[in-house]
Design a protein around this ligand. Structure first.
Ligand code: MP5
Length: 221
């Protein structure tokens, strides 16, 4: 069995909870509160901003035949940020002066630490899981959302053929990388696979709950 199939089967209970999250179901059904979706938008804008240095930091460690694909992901992410700004403008969401939530802050630190401190195959595992989680999550939303929804462009972004092609590419390459590593590195990869899955679930929970920092009052951290 390939590394990705084996890991997806292993983390399936968490993956199922992620796909069953109320944030996704309410967005799919059109019942999500405007402020709840706006909260996700503000936080994910920061996350995508951080995904750019994360991917850029992988390039020096990457095998030569990965450089072009990783490099091409950078302008794609810049375009994604434009999509956030454009949707924010039409939906009346202010993306300025946003502080990362506790969960978002932790996830971004984890991303960057993976890129800087882990092996290429380990950091690549984090990249694959984050992208696969978004593809699968937004497919849940796609299954029922009204195409006229103001949030639909986000659905299109992460369920497009181009995005699916990127996730499939990452999956094939991660399987290849996993074949060439030793047992200790493979174990690290499997731990990072699970941790990233947990962060993805936590991100939807953070978005839905409007989480503040532990110990601080509800409104604003
Ligand atoms: C992605 C994202 C997908 N935007 N946010 C989270 C919390 N996880 C994954 O990454 P990208 O870089 O926007 O395709």
């Amino acid at each position: 069995m390939s590394f990705c199939s084996e890991q997806l089967a292993r983390v399936q209970p968490i993956w199922e909870r992620m796909l069953d999250h109320r944030f996704l179901k309410e967005t799919r059904d059109g019942t999500v509160a405007h402020e709840t979706f706006a909260n996700w938008m503000r936080q994910d804008y920061l996350f995508v901003e951080a995904a750019i240095p994360f991917i850029a930091a992988l390039i020096p460690k990457a095998p030569k035949d990965h450089r072009a694909a990783l490099g091409a992901a950078l302008p794609t992410l810049e375009k994604e940020l434009e999509l956030f700004r454009e949707r924010a403008e039409s939906a009346g969401v202010d993306l300025r002066n946003v502080e990362p939530s506790f969960t978002n802050h932790a996830y971004v630190q984890f991303l960057l630490a993976s890129a800087y401190a882990r092996s290429y195959a380990e950091a690549f595992t984090v990249l694959y899981v984050a992208e696969k989680a978004y593809y699968d999550s937004w497919m849940v939303v796609k299954a029922g959302i009204d195409k006229g929804s103001i949030w639909y462009p986000f659905v299109e972004n992460w369920t497009s053929d181009a995005f699916k092609g990127w996730v499939d590419y990452l999956e094939g390459e991660l399987d290849r990388l996993a074949q060439d590593v030793g047992a200790a590195e493979r174990l690290n990869m499997s731990q990072l696979f699970e941790l990233t899955t947990k962060y993805e679930l936590a991100f939807w929970e953070m978005a839905a709950s409007g989480e503040s920092w532990p110990g601080l009052p509800e409104e604003k951290a």
